[in-house]
Design a protein around this ligand. Structure first.
Ligand code: TXA
Ligand code: MG
Length: 351
């Protein structure tokens, strides 16, 4: 076990806070690991060009090393040494969505070690919309490889406390920038083929991408239930993910009918071992077990923002059987339902 230092860094970054960023940048440059806030979720950062740093990231997370890391940059031009070519689509997307919650896949240059790309000839790159993150990358002077800063399989961390729960004693520094803005991971789009393909849905949704690029496809593996036939192009989408320790079941149906069903299911168990993750519209219908509210079903930003904290809350309360309401697939709902379905292992009950 090592000592993990936690430093608070606000969005405006005061002078003393900038000192912490410099310290963290030095740790990155010397091969150490720093967790930092982005607008999506917290990342676990290391020098993307140092194979030893990437190995340490996998070890700290307990993550299979064939699951590639996203490389974070602080300025568009930092992309050039990392890739073979920059397609026009990338420039157009960057213009519109960077800094922001969009990750693009390119053919990698020889500067990026295979340890960082999980053995692939492609590299995922993102320019995050977070001042502490951008300052850290700039000060480090190297691109920063960063997966979500959770132990492998757990929900991604949306606060520094979540990071500490999972990684304290395993990494050098946690930069605490408070709760993140969005709460679910970036959209991933593959630009290495003829047609751009979405590999992971996120805040930047398919409609927004279609509008800019004409037409984009969606990796069919995203919506697949089992790990059989088609392999997802984003290896990380293959693993059990975002999951709480308890068994999570989605109950899908009209508001009242779904709530009635959940109430019936809750009572099959002891009150201290069941829980519901509910919308504000429904939460008062439940009066048994632990109830965690995500916000209004019509406010997708709130639902995305609160989802992972809700899953972690259930673990904290040691809930064995968790029921969650279903949300519409529209807009950000696509990414929300993708994460909920993965967390539930696609256990869905229709009423
Ligand atoms: O919002 C985010 O993207 C956060 C923050 C920290 O930036 N990062 C994040 O990283 O979610 P991670 O490692 O938890 O998820 C990265 C996903 C994995 O599913 C991985 O398989 C996929 O990106 N990926 C990375 N490089 C890839 C590549 N070259 N080709 C295909 N998929 C790739
Ligand atoms: Mg992750």
């Amino acid at each position: 076990m090592m000592e993990t230092h936690i430093y608070k860094v606000s969005k405006d970054i005061s002078e003393s806070e900038y000192g912490y960023i410099k310290k963290a940048a030095e740790v990155i440059r010397s091969g150490g690991l720093v967790a930092f806030p982005t607008e999506t979720v917290y990342g676990l950062g290391g020098d993307a060009l140092n194979p030893e740093s990437s190995r340490r990231i996998y070890a700290a997370k307990g993550r299979p090393s064939d699951n590639p890391l996203i490389v974070h940059i602080s300025d568009f031009d930092e992309i050039y040494p990392l890739v073979c070519e920059v397609p026009d689509a990338a420039r157009i997307l960057a213009e519109k969505f960077w800094p922001g919650p969009l990750t693009m896949i390119f053919k990698k240059s020889s500067a990026v070690p295979y340890e960082t790309t999980g053995g692939l000839d492609t590299v995922a790159i993102r320019l995050p919309d977070s001042r502490p993150a951008l300052a850290l990358i700039k000060e480090a002077g190297v691109p920063i490889a960063a997966p979500s800063a959770n132990r492998s399989g757990k929900p991604s961390p949306t606060t520094a406390e979540h990071v500490a729960e999972d990684l304290a004693g395993r990494i050098d520094i946690i930069l605490d920038g408070g709760a993140v803005r969005i709460g679910i991971e970036s959209t991933i789009i593959d630009l290495t083929g003829e047609v751009p393909v979405i590999l992971r849905p996120g805040y930047v949704n398919q409609e927004m991408l279609n509008e800019i690029l004409g037409s984009v496809e969606r990796d069919p593996a995203i919506d697949r239930k089992t790990e059989g036939d088609i392999k997802p192009k984003a290896p990380g989408m293959m693993y059990r993910h975002y999951a709480p320790e308890g068994e999570l079941t989605i109950v899908e149906g009209e508001d009242k009918a779904a709530a009635d069903k959940i109430n019936e299911l809750l009572r099959l168990y002891d009150e201290d071992e069941v829980g519901v993750i509910a919308s504000i519209e429904n939460k008062d219908r439940y009066n048994y077990g632990t109830v965690v509210c995500l916000g209004s079903a019509d406010d997708k930003d709130a639902v995305a923002h609160n989802l992972y904290a809700a899953l972690r809350k259930m673990d904290e309360c040691k809930i064995k059987h968790i029921f969650i309401e279903s949300f519409s697939n529209e807009g950000l709902g696509d990414a929300i339902m993708n994460r909920i379905k993965k967390a539930a292992g696609h256990r869905i009950l229709k009423v």
